[in-house]
Ligand binder design. Sequence first.
Ligand code: KG4
Ligand code: ZN
Length: 348
Amino acid sequence: MLILGIETSCDETAVALVRDGRLLGQELATQVDTHALFGGVVPEIASREHLRVLPRLYQELMRKTGVSADDLDGVAVARGPGLLGSLLVGVSFAKGLSLACGAPLIGVNHLWAHLLAPGLEGELRFPALGLLVSGGHTHIYLVKSPTEFTLLGRTLDDAAGEAFDKTAKMLNFPYPGGRYIDELAQEAEPDTGLFPRPYIDNPTLDFSFSGLKTAVANFVAEHPELVFGTMADPQAVADLPAQRRAALARVCASFNWSVADTLRIKVERALKQVGEVRSLIVAGGVAANTGVREAMRGVAEAGGIELTLPGLALCTDNGAMVAHAGWLLAKAGYRHGLDLEAIPRGRI
Ligand code: KG4
Ligand code: ZN
């Protein structure tokens, strides 16, 4: 089965071809530099950019892989959650293509696609506990099979990635700053008393990262010497003077620890609640974080279950994960009609 995957839910335009669970090729265009000028994603610009580059990416992919639209057995598209205008570009393109070549349309939940993505690199073991940590979401799922997801916990306010990006902004790092925090964090030991681990005393599996953001804002207000000037480009981070770099590294290591340990506590709690699962799958952009990866290794080891972590390129938004999830859905008999809607938020 040959499936095309289309991803346009946020600020990455991506397409990929997956044949029977194996990646044939992919193309990706990121808009990150465009949005960096504004310190965050501007929805109107994002959708216009998708519209501009998607047809070209698709043609490039087909040319490089030698695949023709008539060969397709399915056109999978991320239908949400995400930015409505951006999603609509991908969904409309997928509908047009499906109509033209006759291959069925498969609407994919972007979050499920993230969690199923490691299946491209190895076997997924179900039932699994799934932790999705991205720029827009922090979800814990019980995943019984590739098509059965039960949401057990979610963030009540900011997502983990959002907490990283907002903290990075307060510390003056370039946007999106999660990876700069992570990089600098490697150069220091965390001060585990510096920032709170938000909402860990709440017995549910929900998260709330806004308090952590406030703690960082208070800290920054008390230490203006750490954040003066601008660091609009990565070179400025590389050129930081040693003393200021060491002080910032300690802040980053402490923040990394607070987020990673909060995730650890809630995931351990979830594992106790759900009973027997065969694996822990961690996905989304924040799954690239060194501290989070380490914490999850510890959880899986202690629980005696397999840890499934996607490689770094599969952590952030990409077309391969959509094509792969589309293939799993197609195998299970899922098809959508041309009335498929983009769903920006809520239940999909
Ligand atoms: O999954 P993703 O690419 O996009 C969404 O669907 O949201 O996740 C992007 C998020 C951003 O918030 C980014 O700062 C964060 O993932 N991120 C990281 C790291 N790499 C990416 N956060 C912490 N540490 C990293 N190494
Ligand atoms: Zn994503």
